[in-house]
Design a protein around this ligand. Structure first.
Ligand SMILES: [Zn+2]
Length: 262
């Protein structure tokens, strides 16, 4: 019995402790058309408002880029959530995030987590993560798409659109480091992946999606995404939507020709 009492006291101690922890860590909210921003008290109001305004602007821009602006709205029940933690420490400890990251997105729950920092949040991170979330709305949450396609579409949304990517890929063609689309499609990235390979992977992803969007037509890109939503395999959707592109090798050839001609 004594033991039980001791255990009970211990359990209540932890319970009370965790409850006060929760109440001390409550969220304030700001509701917008397509987003709800949750933020810790103490986060500057103008920062919160800028996050909301940027998110709404990016939402319009990404919808336009993906060709879905006429249909797209996350009003009320479908609104996405953005959590702004107090600082890096709060973000890592309570947000369950890695120390090196400044923001992250959970596609399934349409949730973005971040904290006030000047690491390119507005120009890159916010539109990039929105790109992932919105792409998966278009192609379906469980679409089986290659990682390069997912990342390339997300990078296409960033303000600078990875202008440097084209140059990196062109150099890789000259020095023989270039990874063909077929090989790129099989690639997986790990925390211990070689840095140069990771850099080239992202550059190629940005470059090929840029090529598909700007050279093969945005309207066709949208059709392609709709086809993927029908659960058509990526490699089968290609010849169905794009004329003269039978497979990944054909797409690779056209992309490389374009890069060499530039
Ligand atoms: Zn990404």
């Amino acid at each position: 019995m004594r033991r039980f009492l001791a255990l009970l006291i211990l359990v209540s101690f932890f319970l009370i402790n965790s409850l006060t922890e929760v109440s001390a860590r409550e969220w304030e909210t700001l509701k917008g058309g397509n987003f709800i921003v949750y933020y810790r008290s103490g986060v500057p109001e103008d920062f919160v408002q800028t996050v909301m305004d940027s998110a709404e602007d990016d939402f319009k821009q990404v919808s336009e880029n993906l060709g879905v602006s006429r249909y797209q709205s996350w009003a009320v029940e479908k609104r996405a959530s953005i959590y702004i933690y107090s600082d890096a420490d709060d973000y890592v400890k309570n947000g369950g995030q890695a120390g090196w990251s400044h923001g992250s997105a959970l596609i399934a729950t349409k949730t973005i987590k971040t904290y006030p920092s000047d690491e390119g949040f507005f120009d890159a991170l916010l539109p990039h993560e929105l790109g992932h979330i919105m792409l998966h709305e278009v192609v379906g949450k469980y679409a089986n798409i290659p990682l390069w396609f997912d990342e390339g579409v997300a990078m296409y949304q960033e303000k600078a659109k990875h202008i440097g990517a084209q140059k990196i890929v062109q150099e890789s063609l000259l020095n023989g480091q270039f990874i063909s689309l077929t090989a790129l499609s099989d690639m997986r990235l790990y925390s211990n992946s070689d840095q140069a390979t990771v850099k080239l992977f992202y550059a190629e992803s940005a470059s090929i999606v840029n090529f598909m969007m700007t050279q093969l037509g945005e309207a066709r890109f949208y059709k392609f995404c709709r086809e993927l939503k029908e659960n058509t395999r990526f490699v089968d959707a290609l010849p169905k939507i794009y004329m003269h592109i039978e497979n990944l090798e054909d797409l690779n050839k056209k992309w490389v020709e374009y890069l060499k001609g530039k």
